[in-house]
Design a protein around this ligand. Sequence first.
Ligand code: ZN
Length: 158
Amino acid sequence: MTDLRWLADEMVGRLGRYLRFLGYDTEYVRGLDDREIARRALAEGRILLTRDRQLAAGVPGALLLTSADLSDQLRAVRAAYPALRLEVAFERCSLCNGPLAPWRPSPGVPLPEELPRERVEGGLAVFACVRCGHRYWDGSHTARIRERLAQIAPGVAP
Ligand SMILES: [Zn+2]
């Protein structure tokens, strides 16, 4: 199964981070000219997400987002791609798009300070980016994301 892959331009960076939270392979474009962006989208099989009408017109399959509001943008992506999963998935790093892998504390090594010690000791699943090392777990941040997803598609998100 080939999954959706995205290329987000600078104006929709927050949407791009959300797509990573949903587990989607999402890259950013910065400082490239339109032809270069089109070439990259095609070469990597990515759908361009942009608020730039002119850019969207020049890239086959690009999705033009008319709203600056994140929830509206997510709705627009879902409307164009109904297969979009609106669920938090610990699969992609929101910072660098690297894949996440299960992370376990090393015996004898102090737990990193940012982790909720009691929950980790109680078996909380923690994931780490294989590229940049950033760690992820289910907490207040993912709860806020799920709230937004539930508003976008009631009954779909957990
Ligand atoms: Zn990372």
